[in-house]
Design a protein. Structure first.
Length: 172
């Protein structure tokens, strides 16, 4: 099967238990994707020519020494990037935001309230709506990188959904 380069999504895996599920959902929507480890060489990321990149979650804490980090090339390719959980945290860390240990772990069902329209959930969620989600984290973003804004919150996560619409960087 020949796949056009415009149909390719790259998932960078930071160790989430659900990375294969992300790939499955992408594929079920008719989009070719591949999973690569977060520390794959930059030339492989660029050479894949993704139309978009997804940064998975993972068990690490970005504020600890020697933990996995998103490669800067991810943010220089001019493609949309979606960070999920740890993916959001490493995105914020690499781009100049701040991540800290939370006062308490958030684990289980929560509700996200959509605060602002965003391409992140266009056609799926509406502004003002509250939607059930699953949270599992012990760290939290405490300062957004320049260009980002909050587009969704939860009781335990004031930065539950963030977006830099001009660069097409999104995170949950």
């Amino acid at each position: 099967m020949t796949v056009a380069h415009h149909d390719r999504v790259l998932i960078l895996d930071f160790g989430a238990q659900y990375t294969q599920l992300i790939a499955r959902r992408v594929r079920e929507n008719g989009v070719y994707c591949e999973i690569m480890p977060f520390n794959v060489p930059e030339r492989r990321i660029a050479g894949f020519k993704p139309k978009a990149i997804i940064l998975s979650g993972g068990p690490a804490s970005v504020h600890e020494k020697g933990t996995p980090s998103a490669s800067p090339i991810v943010f220089k390719l001019g493609v949309p990037v979606l960070g999920i959980c740890y993916g959001e945290q490493t995105m914020c860390d690499v781009l100049g935001g701040k991540v800290e240990a939370a006062d308490h772990r958030e684990f289980g069902r929560a509700e996200v309230e959509v605060k602002k329209a965003s391409a992140l959930y266009d056609g799926v969620w509406e502004v003002g709506g509250r939607y059930p989600v699953w949270m599992s984290h012990g760290d939290r973003v405490t300062k957004l990188p320049t260009g980002f804004e909050v587009v969704g919150t939860s009781d335990g996560a004031p930065f539950a959904a963030i977006a830099d619409e001009s660069r097409k960087f999104y995170a949950i």
